[in-house]
Ligand binder design. Structure first.
Ligand code: FAD
Length: 455
């Protein structure tokens, strides 16, 4: 009898414990289920769907090279898997564990109907296993990192199987094109293909491109104009490369890789947080901030749109928001600046920003996105405070964002380094670029006053 391999955000063949376990048992039927029902309001966003389309196409090719293929089905995972087991006579399902609350629910639902075996491998250490001496999960990142690092390195990555035994009959599959994952009109994802190659091959190329520059990461990672970060986030999110693979390669290339490894460990930390707080995307980690009077109404709505479209009059914010829209990704330093600007200067609920990122990022990840938004907001379970307000203009100059702004805000391309961070102040704002939507001091004071009024 064949076994089912249930694939989700683990679209790779190398270092895939569930695939290896399934191959050991005989014929394997790999299946991807497009399940828009189970996640409810957390349905995959537009940019993620673009990525998924290309990643599935790539995975099917790789599977065919090994004698298998990818079966595509749509619906609620537990029902689709039960039906497929019935059709094929499969007795067991293998998968890698995922920690989004809806995926954990889906795993329970599948396990009620079928023999489901969940394996580790999407994280450096299985979420939930790194605990304090008293056996409690960590809330704060730094002690979490110290404890995680005690368990490192992760097990060495295992290669893809040489061949994947096929069943006598392949069950029916949907056609990928019929899922309509790609945007049609307008094709806002036109710029994505220039930047990204979804799939396992693309992930390994991206890693190989990064390794020779990995030595510059520690000094350059905060400079948006220099492209010195790895840009592996969408590949890691979709599971096209395992974090253990990245860990071992970066360590070898860099010798002391602590700063990089500490970043990739944030990904693990975020999963540990959503495991403790499954509603982290909706509920403040600090309930006292539930009484914060976020701005709502027509004016706030117009401000939110200006932020989304990159028309705030703050060049670093606008550059970031346009990079996000055009390429599906944004530099980490600029993610912090744009998020802080929405939450503090515009006093708009962090959840509106999180939703926008969820829809626009090719690396949109429930854990990483909600944890970083709550961290920036100062509403989270971590130590960061709401009253910490980033100064976008100072950040822009300090991290030398002039070239980054020239790239993404072409109206400002003619301005010199001194003037470009704050065209209003320098008196050289071009007519086609908006004035600041709110003054820095005014925004800051409004946010602090709102904070003071919380109970
Ligand atoms: P590198 O600097 O090369 O880091 C290597 C890897 O480490 C990344 O690929 C990523 O997987 C992980 N990583 C690094 N920093 C973080 C972090 N702060 N939190 C979690 N993982 C991290 N990252 C996402 O993957 N998905 C998201 O939805 C997401 N939303 C964010 C929202 C906000 C408001 C902020 C401030 C950050 C968010 N991040 C998110 C974290 C971070 O910005 C990206 O992971 C990073 O920019 C990806 O670029 P890179 O691969 O070049 O990173």
């Amino acid at each position: 009898d064949p076994t089912l391999l249930w694939l989700r955000r683990d679209l790779r063949l190398a270092d895939h414990a569930a695939l290896l376990a399934a191959v050991d048992e005989g014929p394997v039927i790999p299946i991807y289920i497009l399940d828009d029902d189970t996640p409810k309001h957390r349905k995959m966003g537009g940019a993620s769907r673009w990525w998924l389309h290309h990643s599935l196409a790539s995975l099917d090719k790789k599977l065919r090279d090994k004698g298998a293929r990818l079966i595509l089905r749509r619906g609620v995972a537990a029902e689709v898997l039960a039906e497929l087991a019935e059709q094929t006579g499969a007795k067991r399902v293998h998968c890698l564990s995922h920690y989004e609350p809806w995926w954990r629910n889906a795993e329970h639902a599948v396990a009620r109907k079928l023999d489901l075996v969940c394996h580790d491998g999407n994280y450096l250490s299985p979420p939930g296993t790194i605990t304090t001496g008293a056996g409690q999960p960590y809330k704060i990142y730094t002690p979490f990192w110290r404890a995680l690092n005690e368990h490192m390195p992760p097990p060495p990555p295992r290669p893809a199987p040489d061949a994947i035994p096929a069943p006598n009959h392949w069950p029916d599959s949907d056609r990928l094109a019929d899922w309509q994952l790609l945007p049609t009109k307008p094709d806002w994802a036109g710029g994505f293909a220039k930047e990204w190659t979804p799939g396992e091959g693309g992930a390994h190329e991206r890693l190989a491109d990064f390794l020779p520059h990995a030595v510059d990461y520690d000094t350059g990672r905060n400079l948006p104009s220099d492209e010195l970060t790895s840009r592996l986030s969408p590949h890691l999110h979709h599971g096209e490369i395992s974090p253990a693979t990245v860990w071992h390669h970066v360590l070898k290339a860099k010798g002391d890789a602590t700063i990089y490894l500490k970043e990739i460990a944030w990904r693990d930390y975020a999963q540990n947080v959503i495991l403790q707080y499954p509603d982290y995307g909706r509920e403040n980690g600090r309930p006292n901030l539930d009484t914060l009077a976020w701005r709502t109404g027509a004016e706030a709505k117009a401000d939110l749109e200006a932020w989304q479209q990159g028309r705030t009059g703050y060049p670093i914010v606008d550059a970031g928001m346009r990079q996000l829209w055009t390429s599906g990704w944004m530099h980490n330093r600029v993610r912090m600046i744009t998020a802080s600007f929405l939450i503090k200067h515009l006093l708009i609920d962090w959840r509106r920003g999180e939703e926008w990122f969820w829809d626009c990022l090719v690396d949109a990840d429930y854990g990483s996105n909600t944890v970083n938004w709550q961290w920036t907001a100062g509403t989270g379970i971590d130590a960061n405070m709401f009253s910490r307000i980033m100064a976008p203009l100072t950040q822009s100059a300090k991290f030398d964002a002039a070239d980054y702004i020239r790239e993404w805000v072409p109206e400002l391309a003619g301005l010199g380094d001194a003037a470009i961070h704050d065209p209003d102040e320098s008196g050289c704002r071009p007519r086609d670029y908006p004035a600041k939507i709110i003054g820095h001091r005014e925004g800051r004071e409004r946010a602090l006053a709102a904070m003071k009024r919380t109970r």
